[in-house]
Each structure stands twice: as structure tokens, then as C-alpha cells.
Design a protein around this ligand. Structure first.
Ligand SMILES: N[C@@H](CCC(=O)N[C@@H](CS)C(=O)NCC(=O)O)C(=O)O
Length: 205
């Protein structure tokens, strides 16, 4: 299998962390440079129709895009450690939290960065209003998540799951906006972040 991936981009980063947590090291990694628009080439569009990363090419030539689908497929090949839920009930709660992290934390952050940071004009037709709107939502959800972490040590429950990976990928990307959880204003999120970064897969290589 071949994984088309991109350094520093949050969705490829989700899959990188997932592979690392699973100890999977037999996939060929193919770097694609987003800021040099390599993903916009006709050759890459033939692999990933929306020119997005990551994309996993299976040995039979079929391609999976969508980070969550890629991770779910890899979990079916490598069930341990379980990151998507052992029972139907646990899987449903983990999915709820993972989608919250993707749509309520990572997506607004992406608006903030992609529509506000000058470097992103190479890949985004920027709409100025979206940057402050994304920033406001991201900050509000980060505050809410800080409160949620009073109930448990991990995003979706009492163990590390795909939802922590998605949240960690978002907070890693937030460095581009010069934002990291402040230990005084967001003590629980900041402590969770410090714990995640201590994991072998929590630090970028
Ligand atoms: N829902 C997709 C989103 C993929 C995505 O947005 N990837 C970004 C990198 S984080 C990308 O390829 N962006 C290229 C572009 O927007 O031109 C997934 O989960 O894989």
C-alpha cells in the first residue's frame, strides 16, 4: 500500500499518528507538497479527485481518501490497540467525539488559518470574514473542551482513541495561528495536550 501524505497538514497528521500508535510501518509513504501545489497536478487529481491529502492506495489500485475512512480500514487490518471502540456503544461515543473534534475544532481552525494566513493564498481563495469567524468558533470550542476534560482524562472517555488523535492534530496545526492552550486560561486542555505530547507518537518526527 502507498500513503500519499503531506508534512504539517492536519489530516495527513491524523493518519501519521494513527499508524504510529498502531506500530504500522510497512506502508510506502509518498510525500506531496501542498504549499508547492503538487496536489493540484493532473496526476494527483487522478488519485484523489478533490486534490486532498491523505490518500491511501491499496495494492489492488483502489484509493481510499478521508482520514477517518483510512484509519478505520487500517484498524480492520490491525485491530490492536483498538482506537475506534470495542463495542457498538463505545464506538458510537468515540465517533461522536471524533466528529466533534473534526467539525467543531479542526474545521473552524482551518477557516481561521486558511482564510487569514498570508501563506495560504497559494491554495485558498481567501474570504476575509471567514478567518475571524473560524477563530471565534475555535476558541469557544477549545474553552468548552477544557471544561469537558474535567470529567475524564481523554477526549472520548477513559482511554486514548482516534478522537484524541484528531484533537491533537488540530492543536498541532493551531501553532500556525500562533495559538497553543494556555495553562492558566485552559488548564485541563493544556494538561491533556502535555500528556498527549509525551506519547511516542505525539511529537512530530
Ligand atoms: N475530509 C478530508 C479532508 C482532507 C483535507 O482537507 N486535506 C487537506 C490537508 S489537511 C488538503 O489536502 N488540502 C489541500 C487543499 O485544500 O488544496 C480528510 O479527512 O481526509
Amino acid at each position: 500500500m502507498k500513503l500519499y501524505t503531506a508534512a504539517y497538514a492536519p489530516n495527513p497528521e491524523r493518519v501519521r499518528m494513527f499508524l504510529c500508535e498502531k506500530g504500522i510501518d510497512d506502508i510506502d509513504m509518498v510525500p506531496v507538497n501542498i504549499m508547492e501545489r503538487e496536489h493540484k497536478s493532473a496526476a494527483f487529481r487522478a488519485i484523489s479527485p478533490f486534490s486532498q491529502l491523505p490518500a491511501l492506495e491499496l495494492d489492488d489500485g483502489r484509493v481510499l481518501t478521508e482520514s477517518r475512512a483510512i484509519c478505520r480500514y487500517l484498524e480492520s487490518l490491525h485491530p490492536e490497540p483498538n482506537l475506534f471502540g470495542e463495542t457498538g456503544e463505545e464506538a458510537a461515543f468515540i465517533e461522536m467525539w471524533d466528529r466533534r473534534m473534526e467539525f467543531m475544532l479542526l474545521l473552524p481552525l482551518a477557516w481561521w488559518i486558511r482564510h487569514g494566513h498570508p501563506a495560504f493564498t497559494v491554495i485558498e481563495q481567501q474570504i476575509a470574514d471567514l478567518a475571524p469567524r473560524g477563530e471565534k468558533t475555535f476558541l469557544r470550542v477549545a474553552k468548552w473542551l477544557d471544561g469537558e476534560l474535567a470529567e475524564r482524562d481523554y477526549v472520548a472517555g477513559d482511554r486514548f482513541t482516534i478522537a484524541d488523535i484528531t484533537a491533537l492534530a488540530a492543536i498541532g496545526f493551531a501553532r500556525v495561528a500562533k495559538w497553543q492552550p494556555d495553562a492558566e486560561k485552559l488548564p485541563l486542555l493544556s494538561a491533556w495536550h502535555a500528556r498527549m505530547k509525551e506519547r511516542p507518537c505525539g511529537q512530530k518526527p
